[in-house]
Design a protein around this ligand. Structure first.
Ligand code: SF4
Length: 833
């Protein structure tokens, strides 16, 4: 019986080859080096726990005593012990204190059994055949041993055709490989691709799919959440924090996670809720919207109900493994084969840790670092494997990403047992190990009939990548650059919906807010998510400070009570009103008391400041406040529909013949002609047109009032440089330039129309751009713009083509990701012309 030594992931490829060449595989066994040599199924985690236990008996002064709680350190110890056992090395250096400490720890764990203590007897070396592949320095011991005793490499004695090229980026590299397979008319079953990074696999798979080339990844990552789910429970048991609790809930109880996430974001102080919202009824206020309050209250009630059946989770321990398994099983009523494998893996790890479960930390870390893979059960087309297993079983081989960093891939010890340390032991020298590894890789390349080696000149971040010197030396030439042409099929995903879907989603109830139209002009995809799919934008409690709703409501409140005298309201009165505004907020969020106190002071001062800024305007403005929060319902015919546009006018001032519109904004905003014509600033003019049509008054202007307090740079001190014998000193500025500058800021901006000058003594406080439109032009263009927007919307445009700065504060950034594209804002007026 012949034995062929081949890595387990390549067994099927080898059997396929044997069947093709000899029509049968009787008399042949294909084994991995591990299963050929060792007669023992090792329990790695159990060994690591035993090491950890041994660490406790080290001297307190040993530098590494505390490192025994670190999984990476323990794994380094195990790997080094294996290396030593292979070469029967039992004596360790003790030149320095560090050496002595390491020696103490190595001797303390050496006797713990590993698979190297259980080697099978080898009877017939002559019938052992070894596949050429890049063996590492641990495998070196066995390969050399087998060869010395009569085993042999499978040698194909072929002439290798080398092709060595570079491309602009990794995507083009994958594309070039696919194009080469097609152009050279290779049978996919004769090709192999070797990759050095898992991250390449996704792009490669997409490209092979695009070119319709069948393929198989020889190592398949087990796709199951079971490991994460167990780990979430173990982590919760180990550390009972809100974040570990929510992590467990998210994975195992997704049906309640949404409520919990919303609730605990607002009330993160305790895992078991206080359930205080059930005792509160909604009170009208400007900080918390009724829908938000009811949403939270409903979440609280659902959580309360849920805890009736699940409060055992709060008391789980590591001894409740059976209950934990039940939770996981209930979560997977129809488990996949991969789920079952992952489940068995966790059970096995738990068994290995059983005697040490007082501290599950190591088990948790071990599971976190475990990446479960399985060899495939059948192969088709091109086989894809890692560069570490590259081989010449198939004639046409592609080696990807063969740059200076990845190629040659050789093992150099860098951890605590590094090459400096190794050179003081009787283990094989670095030179011997390196030359063995390089020779293996080189011999492997020369087993291939066609060897295509490639690398991308820059990575995904655009960083330059260097070529490998070894390849150049071995094959005697530099890589030639190939400019891979983009496939016309490879395009960004197009986002679109049909006209019918657009009609159903966007025109169902015929009611539009003006801000909704503006949002469509800014980004059709945002509009689709918010108004088509009705996704909620995530909000945090502290966002009340940025919404400006409080400023807004304060001005309304003050103007309603004090009319034009609102600008003289003293700070103490403002403080009292704001305090009242926050009273409901405090009932809902008692945990935010300190934050609220700070907000009251900050808001009061800011509002007082804004009132001072507005006083000059009010003193010279000769209209009266007629309406606040005035609802508009503007009707419009569009194709076969009657649409209604809604919105609220913050403030409308009137005289007996005319009116002027004001809109409060929490940040500075300008009304620019190009924004209006692109549909981005429709609000003020929609309101103006509505009032003119319905109230029969003459419009004299429409303006934004900015409620933000701009940051002004002020000089704290002048430095006075010494003249003659004077010393260097500091002089305070004589008057505060910053305050003057602050008062000079124009907080009212917008457009004025005919007749405006009659109502104002001085236009100083207004920022009015030069390039505006007359009211008649506005009215005419408004129809064209709104029709243009509605037409686009009805055609199903949901592209993530956004105008400048639209994404800056958008909460849907994670959804649109790669499809985002900044576009120049279009003018519907130009288009029409
Ligand atoms: S992030 Fe930008 S492109 Fe994406 S939805 Fe928001 S605005 Fe549109």
């Amino acid at each position: 019986m012949k034995t062929i030594i081949v890595p387990s992931s390549l067994h099927l490829v080898m059997y396929q080859k044997l069947l093709k060449e000899y029509s049968n595989t009787i008399d042949v066994q294909v084994l991995s080096l591990n299963s050929f040599l060792y007669d023992h199924s090792e329990q790695e985690l159990n060994i690591l726990y035993q090491y950890q236990k041994k660490g406790e008996s080290l001297r307190d002064s040993n530098t590494y005593k505390n490192s025994f709680n670190d999984l990476t350190f323990l794994k380094s110890c195990l790997s080094f012990i294996r290396f030593c056992k292979l070469y029967n090395v039992k004596d360790f250096p003790e030149h320095t204190q560090k050496d002595k400490d390491l020696k103490e720890l190595l001797l303390s764990i050496y006797s713990i059994e590993t698979k190297e203590d259980h080697i099978k007897p080898i009877i017939d070396f002559q019938s052992v055949y070894i596949l050429h592949k890049p063996y590492n320095d641990i495998e070196m011991k066995w390969i050399l041993f087998l060869l010395e005793n009569g085993a042999q490499f499978i040698d194909k004695k072929t002439q290798t055709n080398f092709h060595y090229h570079s491309m602009a980026n990794p995507k083009k590299e994958a594309q070039w490989i696919c194009q080469s397979i097609i152009e050279k008319n290779y049978n996919a079953c004769d090709c192999m691709i070797f990759t050095s990074q898992e991250s390449e696999n996704q792009v490669l798979a997409q490209m092979l799919d695009q070119y319709n080339i069948p393929y198989t990844f020889l190592k398949k990552t087990i796709n199951s959440f079971i490991l994460d789910e167990f780990n979430s429970v173990f982590s919760w048991i180990q550390e009972k924090t809100l974040s570990s609790f929510l992590n467990m809930i998210q994975l195992l109880y997704p049906e309640i996670y949404k409520d919990m996430n919303a609730y605990y974001t607002s009330f993160p102080d305790s895992i078991y809720p206080s359930f205080h919202l059930e005792k509160i009824e909604y009170e009208k206020n400007y900080l918390i919207e009724e829908t938000d309050f009811l949403y939270l209250k409903n979440a609280e009630s659902n959580i309360k109900q849920w805890f009736l059946d699940h409060d055992f989770l709060l008391h789980l321990t590591m001894n409740d493994f059976v209950s934990i398994c039940e939770i996981i099983q209930n979560h997977h009523i129809n488990p996949s084969i991969e789920d079952i494998k992952a489940y068995q893996y966790v059970q096995d790890c738990y068994k290995q840790s059983f005697d040490y479960l007082k501290d599950p930390f190591l088990l948790i870390q071990y599971l976190k670092q475990s990446s479960l893979t399985q060899s495939v059960k059948e192969i088709k087309g091109v086989c894809i494997s890692s560069l570490n297993d590259c081989n010449g079983i198939r004639p046409h081989c592609f080696i990807m990403s063969a740059n200076a960093k990845n190629f040659p891939s050789i093992v150099i010890h860098k951890d605590i047992f590094n090459e400096n340390y190794i050179q003081n032991t009787t283990l094989p020298s670095l030179q011997k190990r390196l030359s063995f590894q390089l020779q293996q890789l080189k011999d492997t390349l020369f087993q291939m009939e066609d060897c295509f080696i490639s690398y991308a000149q820059s990575d995904y971040e655009g960083k330059t990548v260097e070529a490998s010197n070894d390849i150049k030396e071995w094959i005697g030439k530099d890589a030639s650059f190939i400019d891979v042409k983009e496939s016309s099929n490879y395009e960004k995903t197009k986002l679109f919906i049909s006209r019918e879907q657009a009609k159903d989603l966007f025109f169902k109830d015929s009611i539009f807010s003006v801000s909704r139209l503006e949002s469509f002009a800014k980004c059709p995809f945002y509009h689709y998510l918010k108004y088509g799919l009705h996704l909620r934008e995530p909000k945090s409690v502290t966002e009340v400070s940025t919404k400006g709703t409080l400023f807004h409501s304060m001005l309304e409140h003050l103007t309603t009570i004090y009319h034009k005298d609102y600008i003289h309201v003293p700070l103490i009165e403002i403080e009292k009103i704001i305090k009242d505004e926050f009273s409901f907020f405090l009932k809902v969020y008692p945990n935010k008391k300190t934050w609220v106190e700070g907000q009251i002071i900050e808001y009061s001062q800011k509002i007082h400041r804004v009132l001072q800024q507005l006083s000059e305007f009010e003193n010279s403005w000769h209209m009266n406040i007629k309406e606040q929060e005035y609802k508009i319902l503007k009707k419009m015919e569009f194709e076969d529909m009657t649409l209604t546009f809604t919105g609220y006018i913050d403030r409308m001032d009137t005289s007996s013949t005319s009116f002027c519109i004001f809109d409060y904004k929490s940040s500075k905003k300008e009304l620019r002609k190009e924004n209006f014509q692109a549909g981005l600033s429709l609000q003020l003019l929609t309101y103006t047109i509505y009032i003119e049509e319905n109230e029969h008054l003459k419009p004299v202007g429409c303006f934004y009032i900015s409620l933000s307090s701009p940051f002004i740079q002020d000089e704290a001190l002048h430095i006075s440089y010494p003249k003659d014998n004077q010393k260097l000193g500091f002089v305070e500025p004589s008057n505060s330039n910053g305050l003057d500058e602050y008062n000079r800021q124009k907080i009212i901006s917008g457009w004025n129309f005919d007749g405006f000058d009659i109502y104002i003594d001085s236009k100083e406080q207004f920022a009015i751009p030069k390039n505006t439109l007359s009211y008649e032009e506005c009215k005419e263009q408004w129809d064209i713009i709104v029709n243009g927007l509605l037409k686009k919307m009805k055609e199903g445009d949901i592209q993530a083509n956004h105008v400048e700065n639209a994404c800056m504060y958008c909460k849907f950034q994670r959804i649109c990701r790669n499809n985002r594209k900044e576009v120049r804002q279009i003018s519907f007026i130009e288009e029409e012309a």
